[in-house]
Design a protein. Structure first.
Length: 95
């Protein structure tokens, strides 16, 4: 082989290596994109859970303000009573 053939053969080998690396990186990229989407879904689920827990915490704080000895049924009745009063006030304002 002459020098030109050796150089061309070396270049061909390097190009093949680059193509192989490109395919590997492309596969890895696709896997990482899938993982990113999975993590985004998990984050959204956590955000929803956090929001629900914050609402539950808020309701517990509200129910705690009605008295420490009250059971949940009494608290519900008090809240229902307050909602009825608010509805009456809204009716009066709409007249």
């Amino acid at each position: 082989m002459n020098d030109a053939e050796v150089i061309i053969s070396g270049i061909e080998q390097k190009v093949k290596n680059l193509i192989d690396q490109h395919h590997l990186l492309k596969t890895k990229y696709i896997e990482l994109k899938k993982r990113e989407e999975e993590l985004k879904t998990i984050i959204e689920q956590y955000k929803t859970t956090i929001k629900e827990l914050e609402e539950k915490n808020s309701m517990l704080k509200i129910s705690g303000s009605f008295g420490s000895g009250s059971d949940s049924e009494e608290v519900r009745e008090k809240i229902t009573s307050l909602v009825r009063e608010i509805d009456k006030c809204i009716d009066l304002l709409n007249r």
